[in-house]
Write a protein that binds this ligand. Structure first.
Ligand SMILES: Nc1ncnc2c1ncn2[C@@H]1O[C@H](COP(=O)(O)OP(=O)(O)OP(=O)(O)O)[C@@H](O)[C@H]1O
Ligand SMILES: [Mg+2]
Length: 502
């Protein structure tokens, strides 16, 4: 029997009944929701097309129906029974059916035979659920992206704080007044050294200054002389290893007429010229045994004999000597006279290498930046902490001269008045076979086009040469062997102005 008869069997006229049945049938047959009529919790009496499409036909299944069909049917009947037991009739509930999510409502159906009948209305929510799941996934990934962005922002804030701190590095030092010609540094070693210089300067004692290359031996010699009583008397500096031995002897002690070929007349030596003043003998470890003997006479007896002569001449000269060689070792191996060593070494000022007093590095760096920003007319007012850290890490085999060179180059090459890693090149030490002079330079050019690199090098050469010639274009042009017009063209292209390099 058509299940709708359960509903309408009691209606008055057959026509009315048929009309109502037809309307209700149309409704049930066309609505997208699934509608089932379940009897006694044991059989499915009716399924509308939506329900049949979704579940297959489960109405009044015979005993021999396929297993899968019976299983599906059983599951629904079970659902109905449970909903009745739980007194959830009329509630909107949800269940899963295999892979699908279903929303369902159980409603009582008044049958005329008194059978226990129920409408089961169902809607497939699987698509909705999937969309919700997708939305929540999307939501989660938005949250992840946002939390990344927030972290990035936090990091950039930390970075900004760090950069601000970096900006302040050296700022105060750089504002201090320059102290040209003074020994910069406040390490204990340097304070003691400075004290010693002023203590010994006033006496006339011979002083031997020792220390590695570039530690400041000449600077100390200058200070001693400046602070001595002879500061307004002549001061002569002789680099003993740049003049040949015989010339050095005649240069220092003079010669008599005809004492050697070419000695046309008598010549007064530098010791006599400087009489009453100070003489600085640099690289004293390089003088010959003959010179050592002559020098010993000066230091021991205060007199000299001109080359080719035999008359001792009294002189009053204060000697300051310097060397980066180990004179004590040279005495041991017989290349330096012991008696001369004693005479020279009456007062020894030994300058420690920079790597043993890195506390001085900040003062020295600030000092050289001040010096070279003025020379190169740059507005460098600070040095990033990272650069300072890099300077601190370095071993400084070339000592303060190397530091001065590094800063000089960096200031010269700094773009936008800022020193970065790109402008930091350490000196190549003699004997360092692993490095060529180009290594540092080439690092800076990494990742650029050939044209760009050549232009870069060309610009550096022009700036360097102008700097050397104090902005004099005529001399620079001649030195570089280039036409004046071409040179002006290049200066225009690289925005170089000769007056910036005077
Ligand atoms: N304490 C210092 N403060 C400021 N400048 C310094 C200091 N020490 C060295 N310098 C500078 O470093 C450079 C090298 O110093 P100097 O020529 O006196 O070294 P040196 O020991 O004589 O080197 P070398 O053994 O190679 O002759 C100079 O320009 C000097 O002015
Ligand atoms: Mg020197």
């Amino acid at each position: 029997m058509n299940p709708l008869y359960y509903c309408f069997a009691m209606e008055s006229s057959t026509d009315d009944l048929n009309r109502i049945i037809s309307n209700q049938k149309n409704l049930l047959e066309t609505i997208p929701a699934m509608v089932l009529l379940v009897k006694n919790g044991s059989t499915i009496e009716y399924m509308n097309p939506s329900a049949r499409n979704f579940l297959g036909d489960l109405c009044k299944l015979p005993e021999n129906a396929p297993h899968q069909q019976k299983k599906t049917c059983f599951k629904f009947l079970e659902l109905v029974t449970k909903t009745i037991q739980d007194k959830q009739i009329g509630d909107t509930l949800e269940t899963t059916f295999f892979e699908s999510h279903l929303e369902y409502t159980l409603a009582p159906f008044e049958g005329y035979k008194g059978d226990a009948l129920y409408w089961l209305f169902m809607r497939d929510l699987t698509d909705n659920k999937n969309q919700l799941a997708e939305l929540s996934l999307f939501h989660n990934s938005i949250e992840t992206i946002l939390s990344h962005k927030i972290n990035e922002l936090k990091e950039s804030q930390i970075m900004r704080r760090k950069l601000t701190k970096e900006l302040n590095s050296l700022k105060e030092h750089l504002q201090e007044q320059p102290v040209e010609g003074k020994m910069v540094g406040s390490s204990r070693a340097l304070r003691e050294l400075r004290d010693m210089v002023f203590q010994v300067a006033k006496s006339d004692a011979t002083i031997l200054i020792t220390g590695e290359s570039g530690t400041g031996k000449e600077l100390v010699a200058n200070l001693i002389r400046e602070s001595s009583n002879r500061n307004n008397k002549p001061f002569l500096k002789i680099n003993c290893n740049t003049i040949s031995d015989s010339l050095l002897e005649s240069d220092l002690f003079g010669h008599e007429k005809g004492s050697f070929t070419g000695a046309d007349g008598k010549r007064i030596g530098k010791f006599e010229v400087v009489d009453g003043g100070t003489i600085f003998l640099d690289e004293i470890g390089d003088i010959s045994p003959r010179m050592q003997a002559a020098l010993l006479r000066v230091l021991q007896d205060g007199e000299l004999i001109r080359v080719g002569g035999n008359m001792p001449i009294k002189i009053d000269v204060r000697v300051i000597a310097a060397t980066n060689r180990n004179l004590a070792m040279m005495v041991q191996d017989g290349s330096f006279r012991l008696d001369l060593f004693y005479r020279l070494n009456i007062i020894n000022i030994s300058i420690p290498p920079l790597r043993e007093r890195k506390e001085d590095l900040i003062d020295l760096t600030a000092h050289f930046i001040r010096r070279y920003r003025q020379a190169f007319k740059k507005e460098i007012n600070f040095l990033p902490q990272s650069i300072l850290d890099r300077l601190m890490e370095h071993d400084w085999p070339g000592n303060i001269r190397e530091l001065e060179n590094v800063i000089q180059r960096a200031v010269l090459m700094a773009k936008n008045n800022l020193i970065t890693e790109n402008e930091l090149f350490f000196d190549i030490q003699p004997g360092d076979k692993n490095q060529t002079p180009y290594d540092n330079y080439l690092q800076r050019l990494d990742g650029r086009t050939l044209k760009d690199m050549v232009a870069n090098i060309e610009k550096d050469i022009i700036v360097y040469s102008l700097e050397k010639n104090r902005g004099n274009v005529a001399e620079t042009v001649q030195q570089l062997d280039i036409g004046k017009t071409a040179f002006y063209d290049k200066m225009k292209r690289y925005q170089i102005s000769p007056k910036d390099h005077k």
